[in-house]
Design a binder for this molecule. Sequence first.
Ligand SMILES: [Zn+2]
Length: 279
Amino acid sequence: MSVATLSDVLAPAVEGGYAVPGLVCLGWEDMRAYAMAAEAERAPVILQAGPSCRAHTPLPVLGAMMRNLAESVAVPVVIHLDHGYTFEECQQALEAGFTSLMYDGSRQPLAQNIAETARVAALAHGAGISCEGEIGFVGYADGEGSAGTDPDEAARFATESGVDAMAISVGNVHLQRDHEGGLDEARIRAIEALTATPLVIHGGSGVPVAQRLHLAQTSRIAKVNIGTELRMAFGAALRAAIAADPDRFDRVAILKETHAPVMEAARAVIRGLGASGKA
Ligand SMILES: [Zn+2]
């Protein structure tokens, strides 16, 4: 083992009072460091390929790399499509070996979001894998603003779409470089009061570390996506490795030096969600 589905890892997380990190991958070096971090922490982990990752590397290649990593460690690893925008893209991810499909219809009107997400959820469940949907748009730093999740709409979305996990907009913003944001806990409690579906926070890098752990322990938030924080660790390590020796040109030699710092940063993220020792 240990290719896992999203529901395999989220149900125990809700039950056990921790959250599983959804680690944003851009290539082989970071995804390998994340898999080894999960193994070292004895934690479940979600490796996810978002739109910029897929623009750089084709889905079948990403699926093969992630499955190879999942099979090389003893802890559960979910191979997750992040922000799929079309049914066809979700279908391609399924064929490429992904075990979890996120369909993002959060820019659409509620009824359309429900109908399209339900179609992807049916595709996923028919193949024995999982589906994540998003209700309430999560904005981007220096970009589109957020539309907070309405608790009643979330309850309807969860029931009618059949998703295994639901991403919500509760003050979280993608691509934040500091931890100043903070989430609206009252809105999270209001959503939780109306639905039992595990909840997902996108833009986790912007959430204060203490609040991540508090919510992982006390709410139904079971997946927290972390991208920016780890991309910053990778970028800093890469810059240092290049600066350390101006004569070096072999990229494998340079990239090797990113491994330890990125793995350490990922281990810190895992510990910060209470997921260590849970695999
Ligand atoms: Zn996202």
